[in-house]
Every structure is written in structure tokens, then in C-alpha cells.
Design a protein around this ligand. Structure first.
Ligand SMILES: Cc1cc2nc3c(=O)[nH]c(=O)nc-3n(C[C@H](O)[C@H](O)[C@H](O)COP(=O)(O)OP(=O)(O)OC[C@H]3O[C@@H](n4cnc5c(N)ncnc54)[C@H](O)[C@@H]3O)c2cc1C
Length: 544
């Protein structure tokens, strides 16, 4: 963009907005989609004009995030641009080197289910984060209420009782003041917003550095003996790490564990050769040194300013949960801010954001740390590549250890789908005991949980029948919906009645009526009630 175009753009930037979103990474953009689809004016400031394909970072877009993409009408678009389709592979392979012996293989990993599964509306998708960001940028640009300001960053902010006065700065040193009713800090690990509101990260960093690479290696895919897999974990003690394909052409990503930045920068080809197990021809396209961090913000908000995504929490990437947890934040704060700005959300609704999302981040950090406790360096052993019986025994023993220690990392639907908003002030607790946290997903319609998904007899996803606001599910003919409908109408709470009589869902959901929130979580379940009881339910769910 020329300086002239930028000046023109400055004229376009509104002086006021509903929500100013600092950071147009995956989380800020998702928040914009959630808000924009609800008609909320928002302005996203993001310094990066162009998304770099050479810093892929997240590759796992999990089942839950894909369900949100489906709700936004973006799931098909994401799958269209993803080079590795779900049916291409669902495997994770452990090997001595990429061209060496296979040691162990996990199947059906990371929610990559090519067949329809009752438990979810969308399978996961392997796709590099920059491609996800491009799909989200496209979507935000198509939403009339959203202004995406590329080349701009948040410089400072001051709050008062009615909102925040923010100063944004362009890459050319222009400044502009914007008043916003609310501010969302989605500006990543070094969040300016977090610092501005005096919130602190608590936690630690891993002692081991990692070195990320993207490289081109013509013919490597055909040479390697393991067939399609989304990860190849390399247990070479001299060069442990993980590799995977960026596309079905010649581009690969790699992570070398325990390699400081200066070592990786000085000898990136040695790392590729060590991981592959041969001095192949390769061209390094990009490098990305990083260290795993376990950090959680001590608070998620101050007044009218909220934090989401990496600005609020950082976890080691093992298991692929970081950005996915951030999308959950964006959805949660998104519909709640929209409810407040639309006038039907109560004063406790925004406070429920931290109560609901911070425990999810805490659990995610715990799980990711457990995943990180055994990585390729811990599993490597020179005997694995030895010839004859010595190698065979070593590989068999290693396979047992891998099965025992790594399964959780690749099969984690208990975390991805099973998180529950137990301590929430806007959930109507029905007194049933909370399910223990587990690796497997156990469907439950207990208030606070994600509504268990079902495919309907006509082939539609139950989620596609839910409304944009709250949904009232009627599972029995004699369940009386009138009091809840009247109560919601009196409070201007958007409510869609979904008739599911005769679908045998009553046993699964353990109720004849369910109130489901805009984010597909159950707010309340029960049986017919009178108007005062309905008022109490609706008021609690809307945070009044
Ligand atoms: C090697 C690796 C692998 C990973 N794999 C996975 C995975 O498989 N699955 C997964 O879920 N997660 C994964 N992650 C984590 C994931 O990359 C992050 O969690 C994700 O990028 C967080 O998104 P975000 O939008 O919160 O923050 P970011 O992606 O950091 O985006 C923040 C944005 O804010 C902008 N910004 C910064 N300062 C300002 C400012 N002052 N004003 C305005 N904007 C600003 C930045 O330019 C940036 O675009 C991985 C991470 C690493 C390092």
C-alpha cells in the first residue's frame, strides 16, 4: 500500500466502534466473525499486512474449532484450502528417522475422522495456521460490521465508565484515536492490552529450546517408507524431533527438539539431514525458533477490557490445543459482548467469561505439560536403529512406552469436547455430579457442558437447527415451552424453539426441555415449569 493509500485508509477508519479488537491473529479474527455475524460493529487492528506461510505454527484445527467454523459457514472453505484432506491420513508415525524403521503408529488421531461420527458435527482438520488466518481474513472482510485495519497496532488505551479511548499507530508513524465500548486483547504473548490493564502472566517456560523449519525437498515423500501420516516423530538420539508435510507437493515442516536458535540458524541443513536420516537435497524456506511456555493470566479482564487467546494463556503446542483454546475464548466473549451491546445481556454475563474460560486454559496447560514430559528426545535410543535382533527388541520396547505415554496427545476428545463450565454464574446447575476429567469424551447434557451432538434422521446435524441466539429444545409432546418463550420475549432474549419430539434424545439428554446457549453449551435442562421459574432460568442464563 502506498503512503497515499494509507492516508486515504486513515479517513476510512471510524472514530468510534462497538468492540476494538487488538490483534488479527486467529483469535482476534474469530472474535470479529462471532461479533460481526451478530451485527456488532468492530474494528480489528493488526500490524501484519500479509500472513507469512513460512511460520506455520498450529497445524491442528480441532473438532470443536471446526464445529464453530461450521456454525460460521466457513468449514467447507477451510477444508477446500487445506492441502492435506482428512481422508488423506489420520495417522501419527514414530520412526528412527524419516527414511528409517517404523517403531509405532497411532491411528484415528486428532479427531481426523473421514466417516461421520455421532459425537461431533465436524471432524478435525490438519491445516497450517497461516491458511486458517487467510480464510478468517476473507470472512471478516465480507462482514459489513467489521473493519479490518492491516498495518496498524494498538499503541495505548485508557478506560472510563463508558468504554475505552484507544490510540492506534500505523507502520508509518501515524496515530489515530478511537473510542470503543469494549476492547478485546487478542494481541498474543506480548500483549500490549494485557500490560495496559495491569494483568500478569503466571507460570514458567520449558528449559528446552526448539527450532522450527519449513523446507522444500523434492521427491522426499515418495522416498519415505511409512506412507501418509500427519506427523512423523523422529527418535534419532542425535537429532530428535517431528516432521510433517505442508502440502502434497514438496514442502515440509519440521521441529528439532533441544536446538537453540543460533545452532539451528547456523546449520539448518544438518537438522534436516538428521531428521530425514540422509543427506537429501533440500531448500530451507523459513525458520522459527520457539520455546514452550506454561503461562496463565492472573485475570482475564479489567472493566471493559478483555483478554483472549495467547494474550491470556500459553501452553506447550504438544496436543495441538493453543489456538483452539483461543477460538473457544473468542466464541465465548463474542456472543456475550453482542448480548450486552444488544441490550439483553445482564451484568453478570461478562464476568462469566473468566469463570468459564480460565479453568479450561488451566486444564489445557496441564494436559499439554503432560504431553511434553515425553518427547522424541526422551524416546530416542541408539539401539532403535541397530541391525537384527537388538534393533527389533529395542523398537518393540519403545513401541510399548510410546503407546503408554503418547496416546493421550493424539486422542484427547475428553478435553476437546468434554470441557464443562461448572463454576459459571450463568449456568443453572441441576445438582447432578460433574463428570471427572478424562481422556475419552463422555457425552453429557449436564448444564455447562457442550450439547451432545446428534445427526438427525433427515441427515442434518442437530447443531444446524439451533438458532443464532438461545435455543429451546423440546424433546416430548407434553413439555410446555410457553413460559420460557414468554419470559425470553419479555427480556428480548432471542430464542428459537427446536422440536425434537420422537427423536429418542430424552434418555441421552436426561430432560424433556433444554435451554442451549449461542455457543452450543447447555444453560439449563429440566421439565415443564411455571412462569416465575422460567423467569429465573432465563435471567440466570442471560446473567441478570
Ligand atoms: C510450533 C507451534 C505449534 C503449534 N501448534 C498448534 C496446534 O497444532 N494447534 C493449536 O491450537 N495451537 C498451536 N500452536 C499455538 C498457536 O500458534 C497459538 O496459540 C496461536 O497463534 C494463538 O493465536 P492468537 O490469535 O491468540 O495469537 P497470535 O497468533 O500471536 O496473534 C496475535 C496477533 O496480534 C498482533 N499484534 C501484536 N501486537 C499487537 C498490537 N500492539 N496491536 C495489534 N495487534 C498486535 C500480531 O501481529 C498477531 O497477528 C502452536 C504454536 C507453536 C509455537
Amino acid at each position: 500500500m502506498t503512503a497515499r493509500e494509507t492516508r486515504d485508509r486513515i479517513q476510512d477508519i471510524p472514530q468510534e466502534t462497538g468492540v476494538l479488537i487488538a490483534g488479527g491473529g486467529p483469535v482476534g479474527l474469530s472474535a470479529a466473525v462471532e461479533l460481526g455475524r451478530r451485527g456488532v460493529r468492530c474494528l480489528i487492528v493488526e500490524p501484519r499486512r500479509v500472513v507469512s506461510q513460512l511460520r506455520p505454527r498450529a497445524k491442528t484445527t480441532n473438532v470443536r474449532t471446526m464445529e464453530h467454523f461450521r456454525r460460521w459457514g466457513l468449514a467447507e472453505r477451510l477444508r477446500e484450502v487445506a492441502p492435506l484432506k482428512v481422508d488423506w491420513s489420520q495417522d501419527v508415525v514414530f520412526c528412527t528417522t524419516l527414511l528409517g524403521h517404523e517403531v509405532m503408529r497411532f491411528t484415528n488421531c486428532l479427531g481426523l475422522s473421514p466417516q461421520r461420527t455421532e459425537a461431533f458435527a465436524e471432524p478435525g482438520q490438519q491445516i497450517a495456521q497461516p491458511l486458517v488466518e487467510e480464510v478468517l481474513r476473507e470472512a471478516v472482510s465480507d462482514l459489513e460490521p467489521c473493519d479490518l485495519c492491516l498495518g496498524w497496532s494498538l499503541h495505548s488505551l485508557q478506560q472510563d465508565d463508558n468504554g475505552a479511548l484507544t490510540t492506534i499507530a500505523s507502520e508509518w508513524g501515524d496515530y489515530r484515536q478511537i473510542r470503543a465500548s469494549y476492547v478485546l486483547g487478542c494481541d498474543g504473548a506480548r500483549s500490549v492490552v494485557r500490560a495496559a490493564i495491569g494483568v500478569h502472566y503466571e507460570g514458567t517456560s520449558d528449559r528446552r529450546p526448539n527450532f522450527g523449519l519449513v523446507f522444500r525437498a523434492p521427491g522426499l515423500a515418495e522416498q519415505q517408507p511409512h506412507g501418509p501420516a500427519v506427523h512423523y516423530w523422529v527418535l534419532n538420539p542425535a537429532c530428535p524431533g517431528v516432521l510433517g508435510r505442508m502440502d502434497l507437493e514438496d514442502v515440509w515442516w519440521a521441529i528439532a527438539n533441544g536446538v537453540p536458535a543460533e545452532v539451528g540458524q547456523a546449520a539448518p541443513y544438518a537438522l534436516i539431514h538428521g531428521l530425514v536420516g540422509s543427506e537429501i537435497e533440500a531448500e530451507v524456506l523459513g525458520t522459527d525458533p520457539w520455546t514452550a511456555r506454561m503461562l496463565l493470566a492472573d485475570r482475564y479482564h479489567s472493566g471493559r477490557v478483555f483478554l483472549a487467546g495467547d494474550a491470556a494463556h500459553l501452553n506447550p503446542p504438544w496436543g495441538g490445543h493453543g489456538f483452539n483454546t483461543g477460538i473457544g475464548d473468542a466464541v465465548n466473549i463474542g456472543w456475550k459482548l453482542a448480548a450486552i451491546l444488544d441490550g439483553w445481556g445482564g451484568e453478570r454475563l461478562l464476568a462469566s467469561y473468566e469463570a468459564e474460560r480460565r479453568p479450561v486454559a488451566e486444564r489445557t496447560i496441564r494436559e499439554a505439560v503432560a504431553n511434553m514430559s515425553v518427547l522424541a528426545p526422551e524416546l530416542g535410543n541408539p539401539d532403535l536403529a541397530a541391525p537384527g535382533l537388538v534393533g527389533e527388541h529395542a523398537r518393540r520396547a519403545a513401541a510399548q512406552v510410546i503407546r503408554a505415554t503418547k496416546d493421550r496427545e493424539f486422542h484427547s476428545l475428553g478435553l476437546v469436547l468434554g470441557y464443562q463450565y461448572d463454576a459459571s454464574p450463568v449456568i443453572v446447575d441441576d445438582g447432578t455430579p460433574a463428570l471427572p476429567e478424562g481422556q475419552a469424551y463422555v457425552p453429557t447434557a449436564r448444564p455447562g457442558a457442550r450439547l451432545p451432538h446428534r445427526w438427525l434422521p433427515d441427515g442434518a446435524s442437530l447443531y444446524d437447527r439451533l438458532g443464532n441466539g438461545f435455543s429451546l429444545l423440546r424433546l416430548r409432546d407434553d413439555a410446555n415451552v410457553a413460559p420460557l418463550i414468554e419470559s425470553a420475549a419479555a427480556r428480548r432474549v432471542p430464542l428459537t424453539v427446536v422440536e425434537l419430539r420422537g427423536q429418542a434424545l430424552e434418555t441421552l439428554y436426561e430432560a424433556s426441555l433444554l435451554l442451549v446457549r449461542p455457543d452450543q453449551h447447555v444453560a439449563w435442562r429440566g421439565v415443564s415449569m411455571d412462569r416465575p421459574a422460567a423467569d429465573a432460568i432465563i435471567d440466570r442464563a442471560r446473567g441478570a
